[in-house]
Ligand binder design. Structure first.
Ligand code: ADP
Length: 629
């Protein structure tokens, strides 16, 4: 007997074709919406029961998702509060958005299904993205309630009749449309549930699995087993972020990490987030071991709202420098269904952002203080975060002063303060400027590092991808201090002490030397300078000025300075006027001069790793010939 027919109160002709058309890309989220509704209905019932407003047995409260391939239906069932026919009219028919007109205007701007569904309270109606007909069979928890049935074929016409449900709760039955038969595949549904429902607070049952159970004993008294089919619960209803840190052991955090990211390396450490004022947020963030390709590791933090997975695009909620972290954040206070630009200006999101950044700083400071050695061992991985945070977040940078480490070529670690104290006596130049020396590649710059060490200078290691930026930043933070790469000049000039003694060559001799080298360089973009260096220093050294090299490094990183990027490399060739081979040049025979000069330049280029291709071949041939004669 038909009880009632009517029109869903949207004063436009038909909203469903619009929903279908515009929400095409995110079809699968209908399942998230329907399962979330089932969770809500179940939790409402539990609350009523705990408050004493519902005194019947709660029974099994599992939510069930079931496929019927023959009938081409997908059913989501719960044993929650259910609905009376009156409630169906109120909650389902009078669609929960303020006005269809507004919807019609706004849907044009909306970027994805999330936005429309959230903003207009269309959760339930997302079912029509995949169904030609939707049926609700429901029985309210209220005493004396009678079962109700609602159907709608995606037009604005609906039908309410008596239902067939004998037990409390709701079945939502989707008669899938032609284009949506993929949702009759177990694997497809399983993967959607894995994505969105894995940590829902109410058990969700999908399919069956076999389990081995005891089955008496055999003649010898050994336990027998048999396998039986049992309901398959797909979710973990009590994930660790819902628990208090005090209840948890390291193993719990580590095994949860494996649950989130199977087969991953163990994380370095983790931070348990837990606030309820002025916003509500829980979560666990892990510091992973970094691989070199850290770009691809971004987007590993999963965002939840009351244990419903929302997205792993957390760019706006987590400070950028922490996007390499892994883990989960759960907050009902993050507006999930609004546009990006709104999210960025949302006050809660801003607070969450700075809270996370503060928590991370506190954790690092604590680790450093508690066990410096262990902290230093992890520095290789943590360093990237700390340096990146220092560059990009002023507040973090302030806090990081205490636990930011500089590492030198002998693998010793120093805080900024310690390092300053270590080098200031030896490495302050004649103008009172303190010079920190560094190498970006110990192997390639070995001869320069060795020369600096011979002078008792300390050399820092700056070999991570972020160091080009970090060095720039460091200089702006440190007073009267600059950084120079070891190959930025000959070692005597890296840190200029007193005015260098002049060499003993006459102006004419200096000119001769210069022209010999100019000729040997044969138009390479290199400037020759004859300098007074210690007799035991290298006869020829190739260097590039610090600022020039930095500009080039920056432009390689896409720092926008393409002008410098396109400039030819301009190196300086320092000729050591006090070296005996240079004196020999002045008296040597003409062709020999060129051979010696070429050989000296090539040796210097070789030290810089600059000798390549045909030049390298020529060098090898020339050297072999030299020792054969
Ligand atoms: P929202 O969940 O955002 O309120 P929906 O369109 O998904 O919007 O649902 C509208 C309303 O219908 C819900 O607020 C709830 O009152 C009712 N409802 C939906 N699904 C169920 C269910 N499984 N059991 C009981 N009530 C439900």
């Amino acid at each position: 007997m038909i009880q009632e027919k009517g029109s869903i109160s949207i004063n436009t002709e038909n909203i469903f074709p619009i929903i279908k058309k515009f929400l095409y890309s995110d079809h699968e989220i209908f399942l998230r919406e329907l399962v979330s509704n089932a969770v809500d209905a179940t939790q409402k019932l539990k609350r009523l029961s705990s408050l004493g407003h519902y005194n019947q047995e709660l029974g099994n409260l599992n939510i069930k998702v079931a496929i019927d391939k023959e009938a081409k239906t997908l059913t989501i069932s719960d044993s929650g509060i259910g609905m009376t026919a009156e409630e169906i009219k109120k909650y389902i028919n009078q669609v929960a958005f303020s006005g269809a007109t507004e919807f019609m205007e706004k849907f044009k701007e909306a970027n994805d299904a999330n936005e429309i569904i959230g903003r207009f309270g269309l959760g339930f109606y997302s079912a029509f993205m995949v169904s030609e007909k939707v049926e609700i069979q429901t029985l309210s928890y209220q005493e004396g309630a009678s079962p109700a049935r609602w159907t709608c074929d995606g037009s604005t016409e609906f039908e309410i009749t008596d239902g067939n449900k004998t037990e409390r709760g709701t079945d939502v039955i989707l008669y899938l449309n032609e284009e949506s038969t993929e949702f009759l595949e177990e694997n497809r549904i399983q993967s959607i549930l894995d994505k969105y429902a894995k940590f829902l607070p109410v058990p969700v049952q999908f399919g069956t699995k076999t389990e081995s159970v005891e089955d008496g004993t055999d003649e010898e008294g050994k336990t027998k087993y048999k396998s039986i089919e049992v309901d398959n619960i797909i979710n973990n209803t009590n994930p660790i972020w819902t628990k208090a840190p005090g209840e948890l052991k390291d193993e719990d955090y580590l095994s949860f990490y494996q649950e989130l990211y199977p087969y991953s390396d163990e994380p370095l450490f983790w931070i348990h987030l837990n606030v309820d004022y002025p916003f509500n947020l829980t979560g666990v963030l892990y510091f992973p071991k970094l691989k070199n390709d850290f770009e691809v590791q971004k987007n590993k933090i999963k965002l939840f709202s009351r244990q419903v997975f929302i997205t792993d695009e957390v760019k706006d909620i987590v400070p950028e420098f922490l996007l390499l972290l892994h883990g989960v954040i759960d907050s009902p206070d993050i507006p999930l269904n609004v546009s990006r630009s709104f999210l960025q200006s949302d006050a809660n999101v801003k607070k969450i952002n700075s809270y996370i950044s503060r928590k991370v700083a506190e954790k690092l400071a604590e680790l450093f203080k508690k066990d410096r050695k262990a902290y230093e061992e992890k520095w290789n991985d943590i360093g990237i975060f700390v340096k990146y945070g220092t560059i990009s977040d002023e507040k973090f940078s302030e806090k990081a002063k205490d636990f930011l480490l500089l590492t030198n070529t002998t693998k010793e670690h120093y805080t900024m303060e310690e390092y300053n104290a270590k080098v200031k006596d030896f490495q302050t130049d004649k103008n009172g400027q303190l010079i920190y020396l560094y190498t970006a590649d110990e192997e390639r710059q070995h001869s320069y590092v060795a020369a600096a060490q011979k002078k008792n200078y300390d050399v820092l290691l700056m070999n991570s991808p972020i160091d080009t930026h970090f060095i720039q930043h460091l200089e702006t933070k440190l007073e009267k201090t600059s950084l120079k790469r070891v190959d930025a000049d000959v070692v005597e000039k890296l840190i200029e002490k007193e005015d260098a003694e002049k060499h003993n060559l006459t102006d004419e001799e200096t000119g001769t030397i210069k022209s010999i080298f100019d000729q040997a360089l044969n138009n390479m973009h290199m400037k020759v300078e004859v300098e007074s260096l210690p007799a035991d220093a290298q006869p020829v050294t190739v260097t590039m000025e610090e600022w020039m090299r930095r500009m080039k490094d920056m432009s390689k990183l896409g720092g926008g300075m393409s002008f410098y990027g396109s400039m030819p490399d301009s190196y300086k060739v320092s000729v050591n006027a006090n070296h005996k081979v240079v004196a020999k040049l002045l008296t040597a025979e003409e062709p020999v001069k060129q051979v010696i000069a070429k050989q000296l330049i090539d040796l210097a280029l070789l030290s810089q790793g600059l000798l390549k291709g045909a030049d390298l071949t020529a060098f090898v041939e020339r050297s072999v010939q030299g020792i054969s004669e």
